[in-house]
Design a protein around this ligand. Structure first.
Ligand SMILES: C[S@@+](CC[C@H](N)C(=O)[O-])C[C@H]1O[C@@H](n2cnc3c(N)ncnc32)[C@H](O)[C@@H]1O
Length: 179
C-alpha cells in the first residue's frame, strides 16, 4: 500500500507512520482522525478497540473529530441455530460472514470466482463486531461525544434498516462544560 501511495505523493506531501492503530503515535496535533471501511473491527478485543479510541483522542486538539465508518452487525438476520449471513452475492463474488455471538466475533469469507465461474479463491478475515451503542460507549470512555451519525457518506438518514454508518465523534471544545 505504501509503495502504491508513493507513486502518487512523496513523504513531504503525506508523511506515513506504520504501526498498530491502537498504539501508534504520529507527531503533531490534528483536527481530524478517521478510520473508515470497517477498520476498527480488525482489532479483535474490546480492550484494543477502546485503546484505539483513546489513541485517536490523544492525537486531537480540543474540538477535534474522530470519524468512523462501520457496518452494523447483521444479528437481526440470524435466527437461532443459524451462524452465517450472505452480505453480498454478485457475478464473480460472494461474501458471507460467520458469527460467534458468544465471543462477539465474526469471520468474513470472500469468495472470488475465476473467469470459468467454477473455481473460487477464498480469503478470510477475522473481526470483532461492534453494535453502534457499544461504539458510542467506547467513544465516551475516550472523552468523545457523538456529533452525528449517518447511513453513508452522502448523509442519508441512519435508520433501523441501515447496514452501515458513518459516525462523527467530537472532543469537547475549549471551555465546554462536561455534562
Ligand atoms: C478493511 S481494511 C481497510 C483499509 C483502508 N482503511 C481502506 O479504507 O482502504 C483494514 C486494514 O487494517 C489493517 N489492520 C489490521 N489490524 C491493524 C492494526 N492493529 N493496526 C493497523 N492496521 C491494522 C489491515 O491490514 C487492513 O489493511
Amino acid at each position: 500500500m505504501l509503495d502504491r501511495l508513493r507513486t502518487k505523493a512523496d513523504e513531504t506531501a503525506i508523511p506515513v507512520v506504520v504501526g498498530d492503530m491502537a498504539t501508534a503515535r504520529a507527531p503533531g496535533e490534528y483536527t481530524l482522525v478517521y478510520l473508515v471501511y470497517n477498520t476498527i473491527a480488525n482489532l479483535l478485543t474490546q480492550a484494543e478497540q477502546v485503546a484505539c479510541f483513546r489513541n485517536a483522542a490523544r492525537h486531537l486538539g480540543p474540538g477535534g473529530r474522530f470519524v468512523i465508518e462501520l457496518w452494523v452487525p447483521e444479528l437481526r438476520r440470524l435466527p437461532p441455530g443459524q451462524e452465517a449471513t450472505v452480505w453480498n452475492s454478485e457475478p464473480g463474488y460472494i461474501g458471507l460472514d460467520t458469527y460467534d455471538v458468544l465471543r462477539q466475533y465474526v469471520v468474513s469469507h470472500h469468495f472470488t470466482f475465476d473467469e470459468s465461474g467454477r473455481r473460487a479463491r477464498l480469503d478470510r478475515t477475522p473481526h470483532r463486531y461492534i453494535w453502534p451503542a457499544e461504539l458510542d460507549l467506547m467513544a465516551q470512555l475516550a472523552g468523545f461525544g457523538l456529533e452525528s451519525r449517518h447511513a453513508d457518506w452522502t448523509g442519508s438518514a441512519f435508520t433501523a434498516e441501515s447496514r452501515s454508518h458513518v459516525s462523527v465523534y467530537r472532543l469537547p471544545e475549549p471551555g465546554a462544560r462536561t455534562p
